[in-house]
Design a protein. Structure first.
Ligand code: ADP
Length: 545
């Protein structure tokens, strides 16, 4: 828990200035918010002469009038008129207090005082505040007197990065969202008053509320109370969705998977791998077997996204998609800020599948290209993706049709440690896809055997088969066939009208085969090829020409 980290660092004298960040406006235990919690657990027994609070809107305030008197005495009454003024005016007097009397200073909304961004674009006011705040962290006088400074912010990425430079000693402390056990304890506490009925167990409520703060959990309970409805699975899901959307909707897409493995045609090898190495180990709670990340390689439209959805459904994991176009902002530092928030949001959804589609467009080989992201974002991502504490709780899945363009650091073991080729469907698989897609749309058909159509539709991806089926329905409607029935004749006509785009398919297939290091995941015809890398290289070169 964050408080232990804070206390240990404080007691070990590692620092006397801390930056509490993220879930700082939540309940710490069942009933105390951070300020009261710190007062009762930390401040009370440490004889601070002055307990002061500063934020840019309310100015400087004190816990007790006596403390204000003491402050005025230390500052020779010169600051009495300045308590509502800007940091540059009042900080020099706070400095006197910090160095004279054992003082604890809370600064709320620190991001409003020293916002993130290029130092060159900071106002003189912000720069002055930054200097005071940085210097305090390394002041031996403050340390000897025993004064402490605690700054708070919801998002550390909103705060000027200068303050965290290693030449200073400001310690960031991440205040995490409550874990499952903590949520359960809180839910039990909340429901003690018996004011609402529950249609599910506290365990289920605790599981379902991943990613929510205690405040949001309390809101769910209060809403159920006000609406006079029982707390049900659906009720929580709906409320949770709106909370998460409000909180992270600008940087993350939440996926609520509706399809399962049975709704995907073919891909037996990939499905089997995911079942054996993810779904089953999770059910048995043997997380050692679960890979940290998986890279799905292969041509577009072959069902990679579909597979991620099905995995989320059958593993019972939450699923979020990182969409880099939402994250990359216009202003300096904005992208990094968004990305940080996005990772924290993803992390808070544990257990969670984090999906990055077309990862090659984001994390390209070499330096950041036109569409690429900065090195800061890249290293932040690498760090997060290789955090082994997350094994079995956060699974990264990325999809790409150009694995050759990916940065090598991304492919190194411990990140995307399994690469699964998702190739063009074979004949039998195409027949299955025809059947599945017709069922998906609930179209009527009198066709029972799709093999002949699968033969005609050679080189069609799953996505192209979907286009064919929809075209067939269009034709059936135009011909005014009873129940708009998709007949053999109609389907053949549709295949003739929607030609597959063979563009680069062969090349993308070879790239995916080249990337694969596990023969069990390859169709027979490619198995020999990965033993003969030279031949594979030649084939790739041919495709490139
Ligand atoms: P990718 O992510 O590989 O580009 P998608 O998963 O987005 O491909 O596939 C696009 C659409 O094509 C899917 O929504 C689905 O309707 C259809 N599709 C592709 N492959 C399959 C498959 N194997 N089985 C069923 N439908 C498929």
């Amino acid at each position: 828990m964050w408080y232990h980290e804070f206390l240990n660092k404080y007691k070990a004298g590692i620092s006397h200035e801390f930056l509490l960040n993220f879930n700082v406006r939540d309940l710490v235990d069942n009933c105390r918010y951070i300020d009261r919690f710190l007062y009762e657990e930390f401040i009370k027994q440490r004889n601070f002469g002055i307990v002061a609070f500063y934020d840019i809107s309310t100015g400087l305030t004190f816990l007790e009038p006596g403390m204000e008197k003491e402050f005025n005495m230390i500052t020779n009454n010169k600051a009495a008129e300045l308590v509502y003024s800007l940091p540059s005016k009042i900080f020099p007097y706070i400095d006197m207090a910090l160095k004279n009397t054992k003082t604890i200073l809370f600064i709320n909304h620190i991001e409003k005082i020293i916002p993130s961004g290029d130092i060159g674009s900071m106002s003189i006011e912000e720069r002055m505040a930054l200097i005071w705040l940085s210097e305090w962290s390394i002041s031996p006088k403050i340390s000897t007197v025993g004064s402490t400074i605690i700054m708070m912010t919801d998002n550390i990425a909103d705060v000027s990065r200068e303050i965290l430079k290693s030449s200073y000693k400001v310690e960031p402390i991440l205040v995490e969202l409550p874990g499952e056990q903590e949520r359960k304890t809180y839910i039990e506490h909340l429901l003690k008053d018996n004011k609402v009925r529950m249609d599910l167990t506290t365990d289920e409520f605790a599981k379902l509320s991943s990613g929510l703060s205690k405040k949001s959990i309390k809101d769910i309970k209060l809403k159920a109370e006000a609406e006079e409805v029982p707390i049900s699975f659906e009720f929580i899901k709906e409320k949770k969705h709106s909370v998460l959307k409000k909180e992270y909707g600008d940087v993350l897409e939440f996926i609520y998977p509706e399809i399962g493995f049975e709704d995907i045609g073919g891909m037996d090898k990939a499905k089997n791998y995911l079942l054996k190495n993810i779904v089953e180990p999770i059910k048995k709670n043997d997380l050692r077997r679960v890979p940290m990340g998986i890279l799905l390689c292969g041509p577009s439209g072959t069902g990679k996204t579909l597979l991620v959805n099905a995995l989320a459904k059958s593993s019972g994991f939450n699923c979020v998609k990182i969409d880099m176009s939402r994250i990359l902002g216009q202003y300096v530092g904005e992208s990094e800020k968004n990305f940080k928030k996005c990772l924290l949001g993803a992390q808070s959804q544990q257990p969670v599948i984090v999906f990055v589609d077309e990862i090659d467009t984001t994390f390209r080989r070499g330096d950041s290209g036109d569409h690429g992201v900065s090195r800061n974002i890249f290293s932040e991502f690498l760090q997060f993706a290789s955090n082994t504490n997350n094994r079995g709780k956060v699974i990264f899945i990325a999809a790409t049709n150009r694995p050759d363009l990916l940065d090598a650091a991304l492919k190194r073991a411990g990140r995307f440690d399994k690469k699964i080729p998702i190739l063009m469907p074979e004949e039998k698989e195409r027949a299955e896809i025809f059947r599945i897609i017709i069922e998906k749309y609930k179209f009527t058909t009198d066709i029972t055997d799709f093999m002949p159509f699968a033969q005609t539709a050679e080189n069609y991806t799953g996505a192209e088969i979907e286009t064919v089926v929809r075209k067939a329905y269009e034709i059936a409607c135009e011909r005014e066939l009873p129940e708009s029935m998709i007949t053999s004749d109609v389907l053949n006509q549709a295949i003739g009208k929607c030609r597959p785009s063979t563009k680069q398919i062969e090349f993308m297939t070879m790239l995916a085969v080249n990337e694969c290091d596990d023969k069990d995941l390859l169709p027979d015809q490619y198995k020999d090829l990965i033993d003969d890398r030279e031949r594979l290289e030649e084939l790739l070169q041919e495709q490139l020409l």
